[in-house]
Design a protein around this ligand. Structure first.
Ligand SMILES: [Zn+2]
Ligand SMILES: [Zn+2]
Length: 336
Protein backbone atom coordinates (compact mmCIF):
# COMPACT_ATOMS: atom_id res chain seq x y z
CA UNK A 1 0.00 0.00 0.00
CA UNK A 2 1.38 3.37 -0.95
CA UNK A 3 2.23 5.67 1.92
CA UNK A 4 0.59 9.07 1.55
CA UNK A 5 3.15 11.83 1.44
CA UNK A 6 1.89 13.59 4.55
CA UNK A 7 2.13 10.56 6.76
CA UNK A 8 5.64 9.80 5.61
CA UNK A 9 6.55 13.37 6.50
CA UNK A 10 5.45 12.77 10.08
CA UNK A 11 7.60 9.66 10.29
CA UNK A 12 10.57 11.56 8.90
CA UNK A 13 10.15 14.15 11.60
CA UNK A 14 9.98 11.42 14.22
CA UNK A 15 13.22 9.93 13.05
CA UNK A 16 14.97 13.26 12.66
CA UNK A 17 14.19 14.05 16.28
CA UNK A 18 15.37 10.69 17.54
CA UNK A 19 18.97 10.06 18.46
CA UNK A 20 21.35 9.07 15.72
CA UNK A 21 21.73 5.68 17.38
CA UNK A 22 17.98 5.11 17.31
CA UNK A 23 17.85 6.20 13.71
CA UNK A 24 20.24 3.42 12.78
CA UNK A 25 18.21 0.82 14.65
CA UNK A 26 14.82 1.59 13.14
CA UNK A 27 13.76 -1.19 10.82
CA UNK A 28 11.59 -0.53 7.78
CA UNK A 29 8.84 -2.65 9.35
CA UNK A 30 8.85 -0.45 12.43
CA UNK A 31 8.59 2.61 10.24
CA UNK A 32 5.59 1.12 8.50
CA UNK A 33 3.91 0.28 11.78
CA UNK A 34 4.31 3.84 12.93
CA UNK A 35 2.86 5.06 9.66
CA UNK A 36 -0.21 2.87 9.96
CA UNK A 37 -0.99 4.14 13.44
CA UNK A 38 -0.56 7.71 12.28
CA UNK A 39 -2.92 7.16 9.40
CA UNK A 40 -5.65 5.87 11.70
CA UNK A 41 -5.21 8.65 14.20
CA UNK A 42 -5.69 11.46 11.75
CA UNK A 43 -9.16 10.22 10.83
CA UNK A 44 -10.38 12.20 13.82
CA UNK A 45 -7.92 15.02 14.33
CA UNK A 46 -5.75 17.22 12.14
CA UNK A 47 -2.09 16.33 11.87
CA UNK A 48 0.40 17.72 14.34
CA UNK A 49 2.32 20.69 12.99
CA UNK A 50 6.01 20.71 12.24
CA UNK A 51 6.56 20.86 15.99
CA UNK A 52 6.09 17.15 15.65
CA UNK A 53 4.52 14.31 17.51
CA UNK A 54 7.49 13.56 19.70
CA UNK A 55 10.42 15.20 21.37
CA UNK A 56 11.36 16.59 24.72
CA UNK A 57 9.26 19.64 25.47
CA UNK A 58 9.90 22.16 28.21
CA UNK A 59 6.95 20.62 30.05
CA UNK A 60 8.39 17.16 29.57
CA UNK A 61 11.56 18.18 31.33
CA UNK A 62 9.57 19.28 34.34
CA UNK A 63 9.05 15.70 35.53
CA UNK A 64 9.18 15.53 39.29
CA UNK A 65 8.70 19.28 39.87
CA UNK A 66 6.82 20.36 42.95
CA UNK A 67 4.39 23.21 42.59
CA UNK A 68 3.29 24.56 45.96
CA UNK A 69 0.01 26.38 45.65
CA UNK A 70 -0.53 26.53 49.39
CA UNK A 71 1.77 25.92 52.32
CA UNK A 72 4.04 22.98 51.61
CA UNK A 73 3.40 20.22 54.08
CA UNK A 74 -0.29 20.80 54.54
CA UNK A 75 -3.44 19.78 52.69
CA UNK A 76 -3.64 17.36 49.84
CA UNK A 77 -1.22 16.67 47.05
CA UNK A 78 -1.98 16.08 43.40
CA UNK A 79 0.50 14.21 41.22
CA UNK A 80 0.05 14.38 37.48
CA UNK A 81 0.75 10.80 36.43
CA UNK A 82 -0.34 11.23 32.82
CA UNK A 83 -0.77 14.56 31.02
CA UNK A 84 -1.13 12.99 27.60
CA UNK A 85 -3.95 11.82 25.38
CA UNK A 86 -4.89 9.11 22.92
CA UNK A 87 -1.94 9.86 20.60
CA UNK A 88 1.21 8.81 22.46
CA UNK A 89 4.33 10.92 22.91
CA UNK A 90 7.31 9.65 24.89
CA UNK A 91 7.10 12.13 27.75
CA UNK A 92 3.34 12.06 28.37
CA UNK A 93 1.42 8.89 29.21
CA UNK A 94 -2.38 8.84 29.01
CA UNK A 95 -4.69 10.37 31.60
CA UNK A 96 -4.09 9.70 35.27
CA UNK A 97 -3.88 11.74 38.47
CA UNK A 98 -3.00 10.67 42.01
CA UNK A 99 -4.56 12.46 44.97
CA UNK A 100 -3.00 12.01 48.39
CA UNK A 101 -3.88 13.39 51.78
CA UNK A 102 -2.40 12.59 55.15
CA UNK A 103 -5.27 14.32 56.91
CA UNK A 104 -5.33 15.24 60.54
CA UNK A 105 -6.10 11.74 61.79
CA UNK A 106 -2.85 10.12 60.70
CA UNK A 107 -4.54 8.01 58.01
CA UNK A 108 -2.95 8.20 54.57
CA UNK A 109 -5.48 8.36 51.78
CA UNK A 110 -4.88 7.86 48.07
CA UNK A 111 -7.20 8.13 45.10
CA UNK A 112 -6.39 7.46 41.47
CA UNK A 113 -8.43 9.49 38.99
CA UNK A 114 -8.47 7.89 35.54
CA UNK A 115 -6.21 5.05 34.52
CA UNK A 116 -5.03 5.38 30.93
CA UNK A 117 -2.21 3.50 29.27
CA UNK A 118 1.12 4.12 30.99
CA UNK A 119 -0.39 5.30 34.25
CA UNK A 120 0.55 2.16 36.18
CA UNK A 121 4.22 2.71 35.43
CA UNK A 122 4.01 6.27 36.72
CA UNK A 123 2.01 5.10 39.73
CA UNK A 124 4.68 2.53 40.54
CA UNK A 125 7.09 5.45 40.92
CA UNK A 126 5.04 7.13 43.68
CA UNK A 127 4.97 6.55 47.41
CA UNK A 128 1.72 4.60 47.56
CA UNK A 129 2.43 2.71 44.32
CA UNK A 130 -0.31 0.58 42.81
CA UNK A 131 -0.30 -1.46 45.99
CA UNK A 132 -1.43 1.56 48.01
CA UNK A 133 -4.28 2.76 45.80
CA UNK A 134 -7.51 0.87 46.38
CA UNK A 135 -9.94 3.31 44.74
CA UNK A 136 -10.08 4.48 41.13
CA UNK A 137 -12.41 7.26 40.04
CA UNK A 138 -13.17 7.46 36.32
CA UNK A 139 -14.19 10.63 34.51
CA UNK A 140 -15.44 8.67 31.48
CA UNK A 141 -14.84 5.52 29.51
CA UNK A 142 -12.69 6.52 26.56
CA UNK A 143 -9.74 4.18 26.22
CA UNK A 144 -7.12 6.78 27.12
CA UNK A 145 -8.77 6.99 30.57
CA UNK A 146 -9.43 3.30 31.29
CA UNK A 147 -6.83 1.29 29.34
CA UNK A 148 -4.81 0.34 32.43
CA UNK A 149 -7.79 -0.57 34.58
CA UNK A 150 -7.53 -4.34 34.23
CA UNK A 151 -3.73 -4.17 34.37
CA UNK A 152 -4.25 -2.48 37.76
CA UNK A 153 -6.55 -5.32 38.84
CA UNK A 154 -3.94 -7.85 37.82
CA UNK A 155 -1.05 -5.94 39.43
CA UNK A 156 -2.92 -5.70 42.73
CA UNK A 157 -3.85 -9.38 42.59
CA UNK A 158 -0.22 -10.37 42.00
CA UNK A 159 0.90 -8.02 44.79
CA UNK A 160 -1.48 -9.68 47.23
CA UNK A 161 -3.77 -6.66 47.51
CA UNK A 162 -7.24 -8.14 47.60
CA UNK A 163 -9.49 -5.14 47.03
CA UNK A 164 -10.22 -2.46 44.45
CA UNK A 165 -13.16 -0.10 44.13
CA UNK A 166 -13.89 1.45 40.75
CA UNK A 167 -16.13 4.52 40.86
CA UNK A 168 -17.39 6.29 37.78
CA UNK A 169 -20.31 7.60 35.76
CA UNK A 170 -23.21 5.54 34.51
CA UNK A 171 -21.91 2.63 32.45
CA UNK A 172 -18.91 1.90 34.66
CA UNK A 173 -20.34 -1.45 35.77
CA UNK A 174 -21.01 -2.49 32.19
CA UNK A 175 -17.53 -1.40 31.17
CA UNK A 176 -15.74 -3.43 33.84
CA UNK A 177 -18.05 -6.43 33.42
CA UNK A 178 -17.32 -6.38 29.70
CA UNK A 179 -13.57 -6.19 30.26
CA UNK A 180 -13.79 -9.15 32.66
CA UNK A 181 -15.81 -11.10 30.10
CA UNK A 182 -12.87 -10.77 27.73
CA UNK A 183 -10.14 -11.36 30.34
CA UNK A 184 -12.15 -13.84 32.36
CA UNK A 185 -9.14 -15.33 34.14
CA UNK A 186 -9.08 -12.12 36.22
CA UNK A 187 -12.70 -12.44 37.30
CA UNK A 188 -12.91 -13.12 41.02
CA UNK A 189 -9.18 -12.74 41.67
CA UNK A 190 -9.73 -9.72 43.90
CA UNK A 191 -12.69 -8.18 45.69
CA UNK A 192 -13.79 -5.75 43.00
CA UNK A 193 -16.46 -3.21 43.97
CA UNK A 194 -18.11 -1.12 41.25
CA UNK A 195 -20.02 2.06 42.02
CA UNK A 196 -21.73 4.48 39.66
CA UNK A 197 -22.14 8.10 40.68
CA UNK A 198 -24.56 10.69 39.28
CA UNK A 199 -23.72 14.28 38.49
CA UNK A 200 -24.62 16.87 41.09
CA UNK A 201 -24.73 14.66 44.16
CA UNK A 202 -21.80 14.64 46.60
CA UNK A 203 -20.12 11.32 47.34
CA UNK A 204 -16.94 9.97 48.90
CA UNK A 205 -14.17 8.18 46.99
CA UNK A 206 -10.93 7.04 48.57
CA UNK A 207 -11.73 9.19 51.59
CA UNK A 208 -12.11 12.38 49.54
CA UNK A 209 -15.37 14.28 49.28
CA UNK A 210 -16.30 14.69 45.63
CA UNK A 211 -19.02 16.10 43.43
CA UNK A 212 -19.34 15.63 39.68
CA UNK A 213 -20.65 17.67 36.78
CA UNK A 214 -21.44 16.61 33.23
CA UNK A 215 -18.98 17.98 30.68
CA UNK A 216 -19.31 18.55 26.94
CA UNK A 217 -17.53 15.71 25.24
CA UNK A 218 -18.13 13.03 22.64
CA UNK A 219 -19.37 10.66 25.35
CA UNK A 220 -20.84 11.18 28.81
CA UNK A 221 -18.08 12.50 31.06
CA UNK A 222 -17.93 13.93 34.58
CA UNK A 223 -15.69 16.72 35.84
CA UNK A 224 -14.97 16.39 39.56
CA UNK A 225 -14.39 18.84 42.36
CA UNK A 226 -12.62 17.57 45.49
CA UNK A 227 -12.42 18.44 49.13
CA UNK A 228 -9.84 16.72 51.34
CA UNK A 229 -11.01 14.58 54.26
CA UNK A 230 -9.27 16.94 56.67
CA UNK A 231 -11.76 19.71 55.90
CA UNK A 232 -15.46 20.02 56.38
CA UNK A 233 -15.99 21.82 53.08
CA UNK A 234 -18.80 21.01 50.76
CA UNK A 235 -16.91 19.47 47.81
CA UNK A 236 -18.68 21.99 45.58
CA UNK A 237 -16.46 24.53 47.36
CA UNK A 238 -13.36 22.31 47.37
CA UNK A 239 -9.89 23.46 46.41
CA UNK A 240 -9.30 21.14 43.43
CA UNK A 241 -11.23 20.61 40.20
CA UNK A 242 -10.38 18.15 37.40
CA UNK A 243 -12.24 18.78 34.17
CA UNK A 244 -12.04 15.35 32.59
CA UNK A 245 -12.40 15.67 28.82
CA UNK A 246 -14.47 18.64 27.80
CA UNK A 247 -14.95 21.62 25.63
CA UNK A 248 -14.62 24.90 27.50
CA UNK A 249 -17.99 26.30 28.53
CA UNK A 250 -19.48 28.59 31.15
CA UNK A 251 -21.15 25.84 33.18
CA UNK A 252 -17.87 24.02 33.76
CA UNK A 253 -16.07 27.30 34.52
CA UNK A 254 -18.75 28.06 37.13
CA UNK A 255 -18.34 24.57 38.59
CA UNK A 256 -14.62 25.28 39.10
CA UNK A 257 -15.09 28.85 40.39
CA UNK A 258 -13.17 29.34 43.63
CA UNK A 259 -10.80 26.39 43.14
CA UNK A 260 -7.18 26.84 44.13
CA UNK A 261 -6.20 24.45 41.35
CA UNK A 262 -8.06 23.56 38.16
CA UNK A 263 -6.68 20.89 35.86
CA UNK A 264 -8.40 21.36 32.53
CA UNK A 265 -8.35 19.55 29.22
CA UNK A 266 -6.47 21.75 26.74
CA UNK A 267 -5.88 19.17 24.06
CA UNK A 268 -4.86 21.33 21.11
CA UNK A 269 -3.21 24.68 20.38
CA UNK A 270 -5.13 27.59 18.90
CA UNK A 271 -5.88 27.29 15.22
CA UNK A 272 -6.80 23.61 15.46
CA UNK A 273 -10.21 22.76 14.04
CA UNK A 274 -11.53 20.48 16.78
CA UNK A 275 -14.67 19.82 18.79
CA UNK A 276 -15.16 18.03 22.13
CA UNK A 277 -11.91 19.55 23.45
CA UNK A 278 -10.89 23.16 24.05
CA UNK A 279 -8.11 25.27 22.68
CA UNK A 280 -6.27 27.80 24.90
CA UNK A 281 -8.25 30.78 23.60
CA UNK A 282 -11.63 29.13 24.18
CA UNK A 283 -10.53 27.96 27.63
CA UNK A 284 -9.21 31.37 28.68
CA UNK A 285 -12.39 33.01 27.45
CA UNK A 286 -14.59 30.64 29.45
CA UNK A 287 -12.55 31.28 32.61
CA UNK A 288 -12.41 35.07 32.25
CA UNK A 289 -14.90 35.77 35.03
CA UNK A 290 -14.09 33.02 37.48
CA UNK A 291 -11.68 32.87 40.39
CA UNK A 292 -9.17 30.05 39.96
CA UNK A 293 -5.71 30.25 41.51
CA UNK A 294 -3.67 27.96 39.27
CA UNK A 295 -4.75 26.44 35.98
CA UNK A 296 -2.91 23.37 34.71
CA UNK A 297 -3.35 22.60 31.02
CA UNK A 298 -3.47 18.85 30.48
CA UNK A 299 -4.69 16.05 28.18
CA UNK A 300 -2.19 17.30 25.64
CA UNK A 301 -2.12 15.97 22.10
CA UNK A 302 1.17 15.83 20.17
CA UNK A 303 0.10 18.99 18.34
CA UNK A 304 0.95 20.98 21.49
CA UNK A 305 4.63 19.96 21.41
CA UNK A 306 6.83 23.05 21.33
CA UNK A 307 3.86 25.39 21.71
CA UNK A 308 3.51 25.29 25.50
CA UNK A 309 4.52 28.92 26.16
CA UNK A 310 2.24 30.13 23.38
CA UNK A 311 -0.67 28.18 24.87
CA UNK A 312 -0.11 29.59 28.35
CA UNK A 313 0.02 33.13 26.93
CA UNK A 314 -3.11 32.56 24.88
CA UNK A 315 -5.13 31.48 27.94
CA UNK A 316 -4.11 34.72 29.69
CA UNK A 317 -4.77 36.90 26.67
CA UNK A 318 -8.25 35.41 26.35
CA UNK A 319 -9.11 36.66 29.83
CA UNK A 320 -7.96 34.21 32.51
CA UNK A 321 -6.07 36.11 35.20
CA UNK A 322 -4.74 33.32 37.44
CA UNK A 323 -1.49 31.40 37.08
CA UNK A 324 -1.30 29.13 34.04
CA UNK A 325 1.04 26.22 33.55
CA UNK A 326 1.24 23.37 31.09
CA UNK A 327 1.09 20.12 33.06
CA UNK A 328 3.83 17.52 32.92
CA UNK A 329 3.99 13.90 33.95
CA UNK A 330 5.42 13.77 37.46
CA UNK A 331 4.39 17.29 38.40
CA UNK A 332 3.28 17.39 42.03
CA UNK A 333 1.00 20.11 43.33
CA UNK A 334 0.51 20.79 47.01
CA UNK A 335 -2.94 22.21 47.59
CA UNK A 336 -3.90 24.11 50.77
ZN1 LIG B 1 -12.51 11.43 26.09
ZN1 LIG C 1 -9.18 11.62 26.73
Amino acid sequence: MAVPEGEFYICALYLARSSEHLFELVEPSALNTHTRYTARSIDSFPKPNAGGPTGSTPAGRAVGNLLAVGNVGSGMELTVLGSGSAMPVPERVQSGYLLKDSGGDGADRSLLVDCGSGVLHRLADTDPGYEGVSTVLLTHHHLDHVAALLPLVKARWLAGEGHLEVVGPTGTKALVDGLLDVHDYLDGRIDLVLREVPAGRAFTAGGFDVVGRETRHSMSCLAYRFSPPSRDDDPAEGPLTLSGDSEAFAGLAHFADGSDVLVHDCSFPDGTDVSNHPTPASLGESLADVDVGTLLLSHLYPHTGGREAEMEASVREAGFDGDVRVAADGLRVRIP
